[in-house]
Structure formats: structure tokens, C-alpha cells
Design a protein around this ligand. Structure first.
Ligand code: FES
Length: 295
């Protein structure tokens, strides 16, 4: 990435102001952010300033910093960091951003750049003589499947040849850029295969007639032993799942032995402390005695 600096003072306007509609839009945008976070609106405001004047001027940076109560240097950092912000005047009718990343390069972007140098200017980010056109090389624009491609303002033009790009540039130069349909410049829909469909080629019908049944599971071999599944066994280190614990205790002696194994205080499992403390209650007292007769 090249060093990005503000344009020469000679081309910088003295002042910047949003138009009435853009100023109202800016205030609405600032209010979208939570109290104390209004500075987050810096990128949308810079972008709106660029859309209004064609590029981001020093006056615009300072004006937006004042609106958001930010130091000038903080807004300058944002504007010079993102290559989407143009820091010099660009073509008023078209700024051609040619993708030069590997897929586009393999499909001919170098020839497109050579055309831009020949037709617009030998140097990127420099206006042609009439100030209507400029170009630059950019990184991947996310349309690699339709390489090579260029971006002009917010639209992409894909599947380009040198001849087709020349036609596009001439049309923008003539002020008729809106007549060109963005997207692939050959006969295909979006990023569909270049030689026609390779899947989903049959006519859709209301019935499913392409159902493929899954293969039936193999029958178990006779005599083969199947080990028990461990899937349902709890994976836990809790005392309650300790396989050495016999639960529920089936006898008083077994219960006492289990309690000892767990390292707890050995208690007679058949007796518990009363809530008030002190005395123990023998739960087995009366066991085996006949129930009192009902009166
Ligand atoms: S490489 Fe050109 S669009 Fe991705």
C-alpha cells in the first residue's frame, strides 16, 4: 500500500459544508449511536462528504471532526487509512478501479490497466486532461469468479475484455454511464457457470422424482457378538455415580461400609441426628412391630 497523504494545498478548498439534505442525514446518522458513542459516525460522514464533493478534502475532515467533537488527527487517521476514501480529486464522470489481484490478473487485468494508462493517464489517481476520468489499481473486490472486473463508483463491471472496458469508459466519458447494466458483461446470469448450467438442469416439478433412497443397513453377521454400548453410561466423577457404591443400601452393614469408603464420618446408617441436635433416633425402633389397631 502506498503512503496516503492529503492533496496539495493548492487544490484544497477553503471550506466545507454539507448540503441541507446531507446535513439532515448526518444528524440522523449521528443520533443512531448510543450516548457517548457519536464518534462512531465518522466513517459514514466521511463517505457522505466524498459522495457530495467527489473526494475527501482537508476542510471536510476538520468540519466532521468538529461535528463529532473529535481531534482533527483522529479523523485524519481514519481518512488516510481506508483506501475507499479518495484524498485527491478524481474523475468527475468515472473513476475506474481495476482489480489487480491474482484471479483478475490471471484473466487479463494487466491489459485493462494498460488500457487505462493509454486512455486516461499514465499515472493512477490522476485526472485526464478534462478532469472527467481517472483510474487506480485496487485489491480484490469479491467478484473473482467473474474476473477480470472493474469498479466504477458503487457498481462493478465483470467478465471484461479490453474492448468492452473501452466501450464502458467511452460511455461514461459521454455522460451516459447509467445506460450500462452493471455485473457480467457477457451472456451469463451473475456468477452462473460460463458454459451454462451444470446442476439443477431438470425442469422443476411439484413431485419429487429424483429421490435417492439411502442404502439399507447391513444385516448383523450370525454368531457375531455385539459388545454393549457405553453411550448411555454417565460420564461423571460425582460420588453418586461411583460404581463401587452400592445404592440403595440393602443392609445396615453395607450402608455403613459404603459411608466409610467415601471417607466420610462413619455413622450408623440406621440412625440420624435430630434437628435440635444431641440425641439420635433409632429409625429401626419399632420395626417389625405390628401396626396399632385402628380405634
Ligand atoms: S481477484 Fe479480482 S475480484 Fe477478486
Amino acid at each position: 500500500m502506498s503512503v496516503r497523504r492529503l492533496a496539495d494545498v493548492a487544490v484544497q478548498p477553503q471550506q466545507f459544508a454539507f448540503s441541507d439534505s446531507n446535513a439532515a442525514w448526518a444528524q440522523t446518522t449521528i443520533r443512531k449511536y448510543p450516548e457517548g458513542r457519536q464518534q462512531s459516525a465518522v466513517i459514514p460522514l466521511l463517505m457522505r462528504a466524498q459522495e457530495q464533493d467527489g473526494w475527501v478534502t482537508k476542510a471536510a475532515i476538520e468540519s466532521i471532526a468538529d461535528m463529532l467533537d473529535m481531534p482533527y488527527i483522529r479523523v485524519l487517521e481514519v481518512a488516510t487509512f481506508y483506501t475507499q476514501f479518495q484524498l485527491k480529486p478524481i474523475g468527475t464522470r468515472a473513476h475506474i478501479q481495476v482489480c489487480g489481484t491474482t484471479p483478475c490478473m490471471l484473466r487479463g487485468s494487466e491489459e485493462l490497466i494498460a488500457l487505462c494508462k493509454r486512455k486516461i493517464h499514465g499515472q493512477p489517481l490522476t485526472q485526464n486532461e478534462s478532469g472527467t476520468l481517472s483510474w487506480e489499481e485496487v485489491e480484490c473486490q469479491g467478484a473473482c469468479v467473474n474476473a477480470p472486473m472493474v469498479m466504477i463508483f458503487k457498481d462493478s463491471y465483470e467478465d471484461l475484455t479490453v474492448e468492452r472496458l473501452e466501450e464502458i469508459i467511452d460511455t461514461f466519458e459521454a455522460g451516459r454511464g447509467a445506460e450500462i447494466v452493471p455485473g457480467p458483461q457477457i451472456d451469463r446470469i451473475f456468477s452462473a457457470p460460463i458454459d451454462g448450467l451444470t446442476t439443477l438442469t431438470e425442469e422443476p416439478t411439484p413431485q419429487r422424482n429424483q429421490v435417492t433412497e439411502p442404502p439399507a443397513p447391513a444385516a448383523p453377521q450370525e454368531g457375531a457378538s455385539v459388545p454393549p454400548s457405553e453411550a448411555g453410561r454417565p460420564k461423571s466423577t460425582d460420588a453418586e455415580t461411583n460404581p463401587t457404591m452400592k445404592t440403595p443400601a440393602t443392609a445396615k452393614s453395607e450402608s455403613a461400609a459404603n459411608a466409610k469408603k467415601e471417607g466420610g464420618e462413619t455413622k450408623d446408617a440406621a440412625s440420624v441426628d435430630t434437628p435440635e441436635g444431641g440425641e439420635k433416633t433409632d429409625l429401626t425402633a419399632g420395626a417389625g412391630k405390628p401396626a396399632p389397631e385402628a380405634k
